[in-house]
Write a protein that binds this ligand. Structure first.
Ligand SMILES: NC(=O)c1ccc[n+]([C@@H]2O[C@H](COP(=O)([O-])OP(=O)(O)OC[C@H]3O[C@@H](n4cnc5c(N)ncnc54)[C@H](OP(=O)(O)O)[C@@H]3O)[C@@H](O)[C@H]2O)c1
Length: 246
């Protein structure tokens, strides 16, 4: 992996480079980073999943970002489409996390109104830290009770999960860095709520066409949020950009 902006340099250790980036929690809530991979022509899924889009550079940044996150946040659509499992955190990352005062592994948080989650899946049965399920008061109380057997359930809204309340709830559970991994509908709500501090995007050197959503969809914010390029890595034709709120 090479850094190509702001200066050209080899990046021998992507995890260390990403961990060295500042992610200060704003007042009253955790820092919110989003990480997505998309093809050159904007596809965010191939055959319904993002796996075919990511090369080695993307995998390195994906893991490096997970390594600094207290919570990995995902929409239920992504959890269902990608068969999300518990995070696999190698020993070196665990030690670094301990040294920073973090839990050894990030906790997964899922946003859902329907609570249509496979509670027998490894995400729940093999998790080192029980996942957090962020839902709203309008969700089915029986499903909520069943979910609470295997996860920590938090209410963060009435008819729907309100992103600001969800983020505050994660802060109350001790998170200072939250990493959202999509999908496009959840991202759209985070963008519309003006909560995104950092947007990481991998441009994969592929043309994929298809009908997948672009990286964020839904309600338009009153004005597009201004971002500035913080760094750009390159690996084997993949571009790995980090944008910060201007
Ligand atoms: N390229 C990438 O980096 C990347 C990353 C992630 C995902 N993806 C792809 O994106 C696709 C899935 O994305 P998606 O946009 O369809 O789904 P998504 O954003 O992951 O999840 C949407 C679901 O999240 C829940 N949700 C979102 N906002 C909510 C709110 N305010 N209140 C309550 N629930 C809320 C709802 O779950 P319920 O239906 O359970 O109520 C909703 O149906 C898949 O194809 C996946 O492979 C790509």
């Amino acid at each position: 992996v090479r850094r190509i902006w702001p200066e050209v340099a080899d990046v021998p250790d992507v995890a260390a480079a990403v961990a060295a980036e500042a992610r200060p929690a704003p007042p009253g809530r955790p820092w919110l980073a989003v990480n997505m991979v998309a093809s050159v022509d904007g596809a965010t899924a191939v055959g319904g999943a993002s796996g075919p889009l990511g090369g080695d550079g993307d995998k390195a940044v994906f893991s490096a970002l997970r390594a600094v996150a207290d919570v990995v946040l995902a929409g239920a659509g992504t959890v269902r489409a990608e068969a999300y499992g518990p995070p696999r955190t190698p020993a070196a990352r665990r030690a670094e996390r301990r040294a920073r005062g973090q839990a050894e592994v990030p906790r997964i948080a899922v946003v859902t109104r329907s609570l249509e989650l496979d509670l027998g899946a490894p995400l729940f049965t093999e998790a080192e830290l029980a996942p957090i399920v962020l839902t709203c008061a309008a969700s089915d109380p029986r499903r909520r009770a069943a979910t609470a057997e295997v996860a920590e359930v938090a209410l963060a809204g009435d008819d729907a999960v309100e992103p600001a309340r969800a983020l505050a709830a994660l802060g109350d559970l001790g998170a200072t860095v939250v990493l959202a991994e999509g999908g496009p509908h959840l991202n759209g709500e985070l963008v519309a709520a003006g909560l995104v501090d950092e947007w990481c995007t991998t441009v994969a050197p592929l043309l994929a066409a298809g009908a997948s959503d672009r990286a964020a969809v839904g309600r338009e914010p009153a004005v597009p949020q201004q971002m500035r390029l913080d760094r750009l890595f390159e690996h084997d034709g993949e571009l790995l950009a980090r944008y910060l709120r201007r």
